[in-house]
Every structure is written in C-alpha cells, then in structure tokens.
Design a protein around this ligand. Structure first.
Ligand SMILES: [Zn+2]
Length: 411
C-alpha cells in the first residue's frame, strides 16, 4: 500500500513539522519512506493531504462513551450519579462487547489508534473488551478497574479477588517486547485511592512489579477528592499513598494531577511517573486547570488524554487545541500547534512506552490518518499546523490505516 502527502513528523524533542513524502506499507509496517516526493499513484492521500500518525489517547474510559455531556456535576457526585450506573451495565458481558465494538469504531473513525483505557470492575467484560480492541488492531493498554469501597456494592469486589484477576489479565495479555506488531496489553488499573483500600493498592503494586506492566489511575483531580484521600489515609499526601503502595514509577500513568504541591511534583518527577492531562474533562467537571508548564518545568512527564466521558471531544486534535486553550487561560506559557500535535502523537507514544507507534518512521506500525483539509492551509503566510489544528474537521479524514489495514469501512 502506498500513502502520500504532507507527513507530520517529529522535529526536535517536543515538536512536529511537515515534510512531503510517500510511504510504502508492507505487512502492517512502514517499510520505506520516499522523502520530498508525493506520489501521484498513492492508494491514499496525494498533493494537499495531511498524513499524521494515528492519534494516541493517554486517558479514556470505554464504558463512558454513552454519557459524554451527561451533567456537569463536581467529580464525586458525577461518579455516583452518572458514571457508576453506566459502568454497572458492564455486568452483562454481551452489552460490554457490543459497546466496545461501537467505541472502537468511534475511536478509529476519529483517528485514534492507540489508547490507555479503563474498562470496568467486571473481569469477563474487561477480557472481552481487550480481545475486541485487539481484533480492531488497536494499540496500547486497557485495564480492569479495581475498586473495593466508596462505590455501589454491585461494582465493588473483594481486594483478594481483584488482585487475582489482575494477575490473570497479565498472564493473558502481557506487555510484550518492543516491535511494530506488539498487541494491546492489560494495565493494572486501581480507579483512584478513594475507591481502593490500602490492601488493594499494595496488591496492585505487587502485580505491577511482578509483571513489569503499566499502571493507570487518577490523581488530584479535585480538591474535595484530595481532602477525602487525606481523611482515608491518615493525612498522607495523595502521591505518597501511591508511592507507598509501589504504584509510582516510569510505567505509571495518572489522570489529571491538578492539585499538587511542590513536594508532590518532586516525587512525581523523581519517580518518572506520568500525568495524563485531560483539559476538556477538567473544564466540563470544573475541576480546575492543570498548570502543564509548571509540571514540565519540574521535570514531570506529561501526556494528554480525552478522558471520555467527562471529556467531551472524541477527536484528539480537538483535545490538543483544548490543551493550548487551557494553558493560555491561566497565563501559562502555552504550547504551539507544532508542540500540541507532538503531544497527541509521538509525545503520548513515548510516555506510554508505545515505541511502535506515534511517528511516521521505517519499522513502525503503519497507523496513519489520511486527511484532506478543505482550507488553504498550505497557501503560505500562516503556520499550516496551526491552521489544520484550529480548523480541524473530522470530515476531512478520508482513511484511517491501523496496522496497515484501511479501516474506513468501519463506520
Ligand atoms: Zn478518568
């Protein structure tokens, strides 16, 4: 397969730029790139097209796609009234399968080919979700949510059961080694410290250590949540609770991280743990605005996620624009479009350990979004990446290639 156009490629450490090129895809991988030439005989793309790597979403909840936009309550109420009832429906494995199929089509339709995602507490449904996402070719991580308190009893399980089930998932869907064909794996996924006893957190940390796998959870999204963590854990800091359980290292991804002290940031930086910044979810639940610049300056690794369903944009390009808006709103030194494009592609891939995706390079999995902007983005006079980002329209997407397979037929 031949794909050609203006290729989005990493430039420098944290930026992207455009370079004309023609990509040859063989057996799901990018086999060859002819730079500075746009083939007239491409299967997909051509002059005027934007070809980006498939987008990576570093924080997304599969069972929440049907509640996007549902209420805008503060986090802890929103969980009880909107989220937990939606997640309880995954007790029915057939329902979970049907929904995962729909979600996979939506993600890919919007150009997302890699995820760090949450399923629910239901073990069989989490297994089904991973298998279905694998069948679509999706990259990344999915976790069975671990919760043993502070939620309706129907979606809590005993800690010992959850720890055993997390181990079963690791045996079945291991992280695997680095290669362009690495399948989606299971991540250890305690929901957040409030919904987990210390026994469960420590057990989760033990499984993560044993299997050297990724961990994902939530951290300091709202002040009320931080206060409750203090009450539940003898006044310890939120970050320390995870640290003490062995859940803070370079393979851990924490959603939000808004309300953190300077010493929290030092702990995050030294541990190499990642914050998944979710600007749309933060504005929807009015949780606050994360100071991304401050975290980067402190040496904390920062990814970016849609956090659907508190987040309301399924397009990672829209989430990238929201990242710029959020930073600009607090007078933060805000990223350029070239940096925001990098965040949703190579940047997210790097911090999530997905070395096989995120940039257009030989040997990488062929995950490509083929878009034809209907604006004069290449006419000169303005930054084309800025124009493509702010004017972005999902209707520009003519094809999404995932592991070398054109998937536009998935509607
Ligand atoms: Zn979340």
């Amino acid at each position: 397969m031949i794909v050609a156009g203006n290729l989005l490629v990493p430039s420098g450490l944290h930026e992207c730029s455009l370079r004309p090129g023609t990509i040859r895809v063989v057996d799901g991988l990018i086999q060859q790139i002819q730079w500075d030439e746009i083939s007239e005989h491409a299967d997909f793309g051509g002059e005027g097209f934007l070809i980006t790597p498939g987008f990576i979403d570093a924080h997304v909840h599969l069972p929440q796609f049907d509640l996007i936009g549902a209420h805008g309550m503060p986090l802890l109420r929103w969980l009880m009234e909107a989220t937990f009832p939606a997640e309880a429906k995954w007790a029915d494995v057939d329902y979970a399968k049907e929904m995962t199929g729909r979600v996979a089509k939506q993600l890919i339709g919007h150009g997302t080919t890699g995820i760090a995602a949450y399923a629910t507490v239901h073990h069989q449904s989490a297994i089904a979700a991973i298998e279905i996402l694998r069948s679509f070719g999706m990259h990344g991580l999915v976790g069975q949510v671990l919760m043993d308190r502070e939620a309706p009893s129907e979606i809590c399980r005993p800690a010992t059961q959850l720890i055993d089930e997390a181990a079963v998932l690791q045996e079945r869907f291991p992280t695997g080694n680095d290669s362009g064909a690495r399948p989606l794996s299971a991540a250890v996924t305690p929901r957040f410290a409030i919904a987990c006893t210390e026994e469960l957190l420590i057990g989760a940390g033990r499984i993560a250590e044993q299997y050297q796998c990724f961990v994902q959870s939530h951290l300091a999204e709202t002040q009320a949540e931080c206060d409750l963590v203090g009450q539940l854990f003898d006044g310890r800091s939120y970050v320390s609770v995870y640290q003490d359980a062995g859940l803070l290292n370079e393979r851990s991804i924490y959603g939000h991280g808004i309300h953190l002290s300077a010493s929290d940031l030092t702990e995050m930086s030294e541990s190499r743990a990642v914050i998944a910044h979710c600007p749309t979810a933060n504005s929807f639940l009015r949780s606050g605005i994360m100071n991304r610049h401050e975290r980067c300056e402190a040496g904390v690794r920062v990814a970016i996620g849609s956090d659907i369903g508190a987040g309301y944009h399924r397009s990672m390009v829209r989430v990238a624009a929201a990242l710029i808006e959020a930073a600009a709103m607090i007078g933060d030194e805000f990223p350029t479009a070239a940096q925001a494009w990098h965040c949703i592609t190579a940047g997210n891939a790097n911090v999530l350990g997905l070395s096989e995706v995120g940039s257009i390079q030989v040997g990488h999995s062929a995950d490509l979004v083929v878009a034809r902007p209907n604006i004069a983005w290449l006419a000169g006079g303005a930054d084309p990446l800025s124009m493509a980002m702010w004017a972005w329209d999902d209707r520009w997407i003519e094809e999404v290639v995932i592991r070398g397979r054109p998937s536009l037929t998935l509607s």
